[in-house]
Design a protein around this ligand. Sequence first.
Ligand code: AMP
Length: 273
Amino acid sequence: MKIISNPFELKEQLKGQKGSVGFVPTMGALHEGHLELIKNAKRENDFVVVSIFVNPTQFLEGEDLDKYPRRDEADKIICELAGVDILFFPSAQDIYANDEVKLEAPNVRGYILEGFTRPGHFSGVLTVVLKLLNIVSPAKAYFGKKDAQQLHLITLMVKQLFMSVEIVAVDTVRDKDGLAQSSRNVYLTPSQREAALKIPTALYSGAKLVSQGVVSVDEIRSKMLHLLSPLKVGYVAIVNRDFEPIKQIEIGNTIILIEALSGETRLLDNIWL
Ligand code: AMP
């Protein structure tokens, strides 16, 4: 496995590359969720590039940029063992200039839910993903359904900017107890982790109600909110796949999303119905 930090060097390296390139962008502290993306990329491409970049522009003032978990050496070994061909490991200076062209997330879908709690977050996400996709020029890029709104906005960006890459959505990987894997789970104490299990429990209960024939979004939301107590809930949202609010569940076109705090740790999870 080659490790490259300079974007121009990576572009040069990939220029003569034969076969299809699959790309998995990450912020590191790799877990099984990331590995699932890498596995999909390996299966569907001749050559796999993974990036590790804790993108400063997607963190708001006062957020956890400085304490975001970094496990560079372990991540390198994980990528090597997973059969990654190139690990792209740029610094902020490699990616950003002083006076930058700005990319803005869409006014509505970029500023609801996560975008409401973290205004401007998705502008940072879209900017870095656009830059990374331009550097790597992959045939396919892999993103987790775990970050459903991010996945939606990236898919929208690719369509609206007439980009050629195919965005592949990968199912959420969970621990045995149901908690969605996340780099931020390391922040949780054992009791906070226990409390966090209310999140998948509420999602599964929502899905169960749907399977029993309940279609009212209000009814499902209020039952889920009850199950999440006493967690501090940012939102329980039920939207269609275009992230528009809905009144009734439509099977095949619905996502139920939760943002909740366990201790100080903000956790995201969702279920696609
Ligand atoms: P991150 O390093 O948190 O920015 O995540 C990098 C990519 O991994 C994103 O596309 C995430 O949606 C995806 N991802 C994170 N957690 C999971 C998970 N538990 N299962 C599947 N994909 C995930």
